[in-house]
Design a protein around this ligand. Structure first.
Ligand SMILES: C[S@@+](CC[C@H](N)C(=O)[O-])C[C@H]1O[C@@H](n2cnc3c(N)ncnc32)[C@H](O)[C@@H]1O
Length: 284
């Protein structure tokens, strides 16, 4: 039986361009998406479009990381971060706008933005099929597609009112190409104080590079200028299981030893969340 075209994906078809020939629109055809030249892409039975074919992506969260992220985000510990993203995005998109989330993970932030915009549609891109399974179910107006942020996006020019980029890989040139001239890019990244208590106690935790802000500015400056920044900093209190999930959902999961995670003294129960959320306007 061919896979049915999910309604949110159907509503996103006009945004998409064939990833192979890069010019034609894609049309549904017996459980797949096809361009007029004949390039064909599966619609996974989990509801996302499998646009990433050929060369395998080099990065992307595995199933354990995605499950940990799903559980951790469900605790509400990052709701204030999601609130800041939604405020910055809602200022830029109309109620019927289009929101693209690059490196969308489970779709948690995309869903938060769509909740604030009663008729907007969303599209999440990610390399991780495990994340895309969740993202395709995150909101009834959110579609999801497999794509590598470092390759030219399978999207038409100037189609997005908002591009979200939350703790995820960036492609400033492509963000600029797919945004409307009046659109906004919303970037969230950690400050040096983010989860500092964990990093002090767990030797394998990935540190926040001191030059991160400078590098971000250098990468975005040719394409974007910042219009508003919301610093978001607050304490959270976690159970041991929640703290384990917080480690397990990040790339640190590959570097922190099980012994350290099992050591009750090493997992602090009070942590600082500290991020910057910035809205950028495209330069013309
Ligand atoms: C730290 S997670 C953040 C996910 C989501 N934005 C959030 O904050 O919940 C980074 C995400 O980027 C995805 N990712 C990694 N490399 C990627 C790439 N080259 N292109 C697209 N997504 C990628 C991972 O699979 C993961 O879902």
């Amino acid at each position: 039986m061919p896979v049915l075209l999910p309604p949110a994906l159907e509503r996103s078809l006009d945004l998409l361009r064939c990833p192979t020939c890069r010019t034609h629109q894609l049309h549904p055809d017996r459980g797949a998406l096809r361009c007029p030249v004949g390039h064909t892409f599966d619609i996974a039975r989990h509801g996302y479009a499998g646009l990433l074919t050929g060369t395998r992506a080099t990065s992307g969260d595995d199933t354990a990381m995605v499950q940990a992220r799903d559980r951790f985000l469900a605790t509400g510990a990052y709701d204030p971060v999601r609130g800041a993203v939604a405020r910055l995005a809602a200022g830029a998109a109309s109620e019927r706008g289009t929101v693209l989330d690059v490196g969308c993970g489970t779709g948690y932030y995309l869903a938060g933005v769509l909740d604030q915009l009663s008729a907007a549609r969303g599209l999440g891109l990610d390399t991780s099929v495990w994340a895309l399974r969740s993202a395709a179910r995150a909101h009834d107006r959110a579609a999801a597609a497999a794509w590598d942020a470092f390759r030219p996006f399978p999207l038409a020019d100037g189609v997005a009112d908002v591009v979200l980029n939350v703790f995820a890989p960036r492609n400033p040139e492509e963000f600029h190409r797919v945004l409307r001239p009046t659109g906004r890019l919303v970037v969230v990244r950690p400050t040096g104080r983010h989860l500092v208590e964990l990093r002090r106690r767990l030797p394998g935790m990935v540190t926040v590079d001191r030059s991160k802000e400078t590098r971000l500015h250098r990468a975005l400056a040719p394409f974007f200028e910042a219009v508003a920044t919301e610093p978001v900093e607050y304490p959270i209190v976690l159970t041991r299981t929640e703290a384990r999930d917080l480690v397990a959902m990040t790339p640190s999961a590959r570097h922190v030893s099980e012994t350290d995670l099992d050591d009750a003294d090493r997992l602090p129960d009070r942590l600082t969340v500290s991020v910057l959320a910035t809205a950028y306007r495209p330069r013309r």
